[in-house]
Write a protein that binds this ligand. Structure first.
Ligand SMILES: *Cc1c(COP(=O)(O)O)cnc(C)c1O
Length: 408
C-alpha cells in the first residue's frame, strides 16, 4: 500500500489569491464596463534589461554550434557568475563572501523551501507573522509542526510583526534553533537596521542557532545606512545563510535565476554537539538533487554586473520605487499609516477596518485590487499590501479613484 506523507494533510489551502480572483471575476460580471487596476501583484511588469537580453541571445547562439555548445554545467553554477556575485553583491559592500560559497539556483522559492532538509525534524523554528508562506509550509510538509488551530500551526514560534515593533520583531525570550527573516520584507515592506540584525546575529551565536535570511528584495534598498546583506553584520558568517534572487530585482520571475550563500564557517551540530560546516551538506544536497541553471540564463544574469547592466537595473528599480513613493505619499495624505515603499516595492497599509472589508471597498467603489493582509498570517489582519509593480499611469489613475472613495 502506497501511504501518504500525512503532514500534507495538515496544510491549509491558500485561498488568498483564488479568493481575490473570485471576487474580481464576480465584480467584472456585474460591471462589465468598469476597468480594473491591479495593485496586488507580486510579479514584475517590466521587461528584462537590454544587457541581459543581449547576453541571453549570444549564449543561445553559442549553443547552436558544436564548438561552443555547453552540456551539463557545474551544479553550483558557472564560476563566471559565482565570482561576480561574490565581488559585486558582497565584497564591494564590505561583506566577506567567496565565490565557492555561492550556489546558483533556479529560484529563492526553491532554496528557502529546500534548505530545511538539512536539519533534524525536532528543531524549534521561528517564523515571522505575516510571512512569505514557503517558510511555513515546507516545514509543515517535513513534519516539524503539529496541527493548524486558531490561525497558526502548533510547534512554531511566531514572531509578531506589529505597528508597535515597526514590523521588525526582536529576538524571542525562549530558545529557538532556526529563524527565518526576510528584509526588505514581503509583505510589509519593512527593512531591518544594522542594529536590529546585529541583535539577531548575537542571539543566534549565543543559542547556536541558524538564521535563514531571505534578501530577495535587497536591490530595492536605497538608503545606504541600511544593510542589504546579513553579512554586513560582524559574526554573521557563522550563523546565517542568505538567499537572493534576480526575480524581482532584474525581472527574472519567468526566466529563473537566484542564488544561496552558505559561508564555509557556518555551522550546524549533531546530537552529540559536534560541529559540521553546513556548506558541505548543502553542496551535497544541491549536487544530488539539482542539475544547474541553464547556461544562457546564467549569462543573462552575469550581464547585470557588466558594462551598462548596473545602470539599466537601477533604472528599473527606480521606476518601481517612484510608484511606491507616489502610493506612499497619497495614502499618507489620505490619513492612512503606511510602512514600506521607501526601500521595498511593497506598502503595508493600516486599513482601519478588517482586511477583506477594505479589499471589497476598493474593488467595489474604486475598481482597484489590493492584497488583504490577513492572507499572510494572523498579524496581517487589519492591513492590506499594495505593490509597486505596475506602470506609473495606472498607479496614478488608481490613486485618483482611491482618493475619490476614501477622501471623504
Ligand atoms: C518573490 C520572492 C522570492 C523569489 O522567488 P524566486 O523563486 O526566486 O522567484 C523569494 N522570497 C520572497 C519573500 C519573495 O517575495
Amino acid at each position: 500500500m502506497i501511504r501518504l506523507n500525512e503532514n500534507y494533510l495538515k496544510l491549509q489551502s491558500s485561498y488568498l489569491f483564488s479568493d481575490i480572483d473570485k471576487r474580481v471575476a464576480a465584480f467584472k460580471r456585474e460591471h462589465p464596463d468598469r476597468e480594473i487596476i491591479k495593485l496586488g501583484i507580486g510579479d514584475v511588469t517590466r521587461a528584462l534589461p537590454k544587457a541581459c537580453i543581449e547576453a541571453f541571445h549570444k549564449a543561445v547562439d553559442e549553443m547552436a554550434s558544436d564548438a561552443t555548445f555547453r552540456g551539463y554545467g557545474p551544479e553550483q553554477g558557472y564560476d563566471f557568475l559565482r565570482e561576480k556575485v561574490a565581488e559585486y553583491d558582497f565584497r564591494r559592500r564590505g561583506a566577506e563572501v567567496d565565490a565557492d560559497e555561492v550556489f546558483i539556483s533556479d529560484g529563492a522559492k526553491c532554496d528557502t523551501g529546500n534548505f530545511q532538509e538539512l536539519f533534524a525534524d525536532d528543531i524549534t523554528i521561528a517564523v515571522p507573522d505575516p510571512v512569505y508562506p514557503v517558510y511555513v509550509d515546507t516545514n509543515v510538509m517535513a513534519g516539524r509542526t503539529g496541527n493548524f488551530s486558531n490561525g497558526r500551526y502548533q510547534g512554531f514560534v511566531y514572531l509578531d510583526c506589529t505597528r508597535e515593533n515597526g514590523f521588525v520583531p526582536g529576538v524571542p525570550d525562549a530558545h529557538v534553533d532556526c529563524i527565518y527573516l526576510c528584509y526588505p520584507n514581503n509583505p510589509t515592506g519593512a527593512v531591518a537596521t544594522k542594529a536590529q540584525l546585529r541583535q539577531w546575529v548575537d542571539y543566534a551565536r549565543q543559542e547556536k542557532a541558524l538564521i535563514l535570511f531571505d534578501a530577495a528584495y535587497a536591490a530595492f534598498v536605497c538608503d545606504e545606512s541600511l544593510p542589504q546583506s546579513i553579512y554586513e553584520i560582524e559574526g554573521a558568517r557563522e550563523v546565517a545563510v542568505e538567499f537572493r534572487s534576480y526575480s524581482k530585482t532584474a525581472g527574472f520571475t519567468g526566466t529563473r535565476c537566484a542564488y544561496t550563500v552558505v559561508p564555509k564557517n557556518c555551522l550546524a551540530y549533531d546530537s552529540g554537539g559536534a560541529a559540521y560546516p553546513l556548506h558541505r551538506f548543502w553542496n551535497r544536497r544541491h549536487t544530488t538533487k539539482f542539475n544547474g541553471v541553464s547556461y544562457p540564463v546564467q549569462r543573462a544574469a552575469e550581464a547585470i554586473y557588466l558594462g551598462d547592466g548596473p545602470r539599466q537595473l537601477r533604472e528599473i528599480t527606480d521606476y518601481y520605487m517612484a510608484n511606491a513613493a507616489m502610493i506612499r505619499g497619497r495614502m499618507t495624505k489620505l490619513g492612512y499609516v503606511c510602512t514600506g515603499g521607501s526601500n521595498a516595492p511593497y506598502l503595508w497599509i493600516d486599513a482601519k477596518t478588517d482586511s477583506w472589508n477594505f479589499f471589497d471597498l476598493l474593488l467595489q467603489k474604486a475598481g482597484v485590487v489590493c492584497t488583504p493582509g490577513a492572507g499572510f498570517g494572523k498579524c496581517g489582519e487589519g492591513y492590506v499590501r499594495i505593490s509597486a509593480f505596475n506602470n506609473p499611469t495606472r498607479v496614478s489613475l488608481a490613486l485618483d479613484r482611491i482618493t475619490k472613495v476614501l477622501g471623504g
